[in-house]
Design a protein around this ligand. Structure first.
Ligand SMILES: Cc1ncc(COP(=O)(O)O)c(C=O)c1O
Length: 423
């Protein structure tokens, strides 16, 4: 079918589209597929119970349910929920914000579409600006949200080798020039796909650089603090007038509610709300309605601290041990897992590409995400992009263990066929 340039740009198969297709297919045939791809959070029984109780309370409480489903919210989203989030961030973390600093979106994915296209692309003065990712690899979901072509630029990381099999990416500040064509800087913290958590000083330095250049720093906090709080490293959240923090209800267990939260200076929030009105009239109200009391009471923080973070930290330790056992004899490297629920594996000089590895694993009913999708904005060739794999460890332990076992078999086979390993 003949479609517009917009259609050709956005309605073709993309990395994120492939990933969501895989997720959907796996959901239909749950029994056979070891689903270690996608970004689905775990179904944590205690969280599910808590959300169920919230929903039951909503149903019992006068006409709150009818209001949540029966009326459009304003374009910036549910006033009650926004008030509760502002109160929590102000009261517990001292952020100098009020409701005027918050807008909701239908999932935080939409927030990135809005923000990236607000700050990058063609400007009225004839200049063209880009979003800078200062630390690759970075989230696959950013790759295709640009309406203009060539919307991103990025920097390769400095690699710190922590031990024989563990490494950590750092921002290479030596090579981080913020040129005139940068419209905004963006980082995910914790980082999807690596589980990296930018150190406090890296984040502060980035914030200072952005302020000095007068461009916003966008911090994708989908896995971060204060909720869902899937952070195992020592890290502080950061907000200031020049920072745009994006949060989400998805990773704490509500991806179906499609609720993102943008926290920024007032003029940014007004723009996000206006785009909401055009794109979807208003964000959905059901997720906010379920969560409002949990946020207002601060119970959401306990849930993060006492249930969600320990749950994922336990799973992280399990998967790391399985990796060390299963990959013995292979030159594998694991990014130090400091947050989110992914492990990022690097196989130096792998004789096949990560896409080929993905296909071989898919044949064996193991779904992962090949590494090359996580380098938005990289223009120079870099073999590293084809040597990595992202594995989601949120699923049941047996599923993760079985998947890791098969990944190790396929990696060993690939190295052996390339002459790099004797089986
Ligand atoms: C780093 C990151 N940001 C944003 C999103 C988008 O999440 P949602 O649209 O469900 O809020 C995801 C989802 O996987 C993610 O991993």
């Amino acid at each position: 079918m003949n479609v517009s340039k917009f259609g050709k740009k956005i309605a073709v198969q993309s990395g994120i589209g492939q990933l969501m297709d895989d997720l959907g297919a796996a959901r239909c045939q749950e029994r056979d597929v070891l689903m270690l791809g996608g970004g689905n959070p775990a179904h944590i029984p205690e969280v599910a119970r808590c959300l169920r109780q919230s929903m039951a309370a909503l149903l019992r409480d006068g006409d709150r349910f009818e209001r949540a489903i029966g009326s459009y919210d304003p374009p910036e989203g549910s006033a009650e929920f926004i008030q509760a989030v502002a109160g929590l961030l102000r009261g517990r973390f001292g952020w100098d914000i009020g409701p005027q600093n918050i807008a909701l979106t239908s999932g935080s994915q939409l927030a990135f579409f809005i923000l990236f296209n607000l700050f990058a692309g063609d400007y009225e003065d004839g200049t063209k600006k880009k979003i800078l990712f200062p630390l690759l690899p970075e989230y696959i979901g950013y790759c295709d949200v640009g309406l203009a072509c060539d919307l991103f630029t990025a920097r390769k990381p400095r690699i710190e080798h922590l031990d024989e099999h563990t490494f950590k990416y750092h921002i290479d500040f030596e090579r981080l020039d913020i040129a005139e064509d940068i419209g905004a800087i963006c980082v995910s913290r914790p980082t999807n796909p690596t589980g990296n958590v930018l150190t406090n000083s890296e984040l502060e330095r980035l914030s200072d650089l952005a302020s000095a250049k007068g461009v916003p720093l966008i911090v994708d906090n989908a896995y971060g603090m204060p909720f869902p709080n899937i952070v195992f490293a020592d890290a502080e959240p950061l907000w200031n007038e020049n920072t745009i923090v994006c949060m989400s209800l998805s990773k704490l267990g509500l991806p179906g509610a499609r609720t993102g939260i943008v926290i920024a200076r007032r003029e940014v929030i007004e723009m996000v709300a206006r785009v909401n009105a055009v794109m979807s009239l208003a964000p959905g109200g059901v997720g906010p309605a379920i969560l409002t009391d949990l946020v207002r009471s601060g119970r959401i923080l306990e849930l993060g601290r006492e249930v969600i973070r320990p749950f994922y930290e336990r799973k992280m330790r399990e998967v790391v041990q399985q990796i060390h056992e299963s990959f013995e004899g292979v030159d594998y490297r694991l990014h130090q897992p400091e947050g989110a629920f992914f492990v990022w594996l690097w196989f130096p000089n792998l004789p096949i590409t990560s896409q080929q590895l993905y296909e071989r694993l898919k044949q064996r009913n193991v779904l992962v995400v090949p590494g090359h999708y996580f380098f938005p904005g990289l223009t120079e060739p870099w073999s590293h992009t084809n040597e990595c794999l992202r594995v989601n460890y949120a699923q049941d332990s047996q599923v993760v263990a079985a998947g890791i076992h098969i990944i190790a078999e396929e990696v060993k086979r690939a190295y052996a066929a390339g002459g790099a390993l004797r089986l």
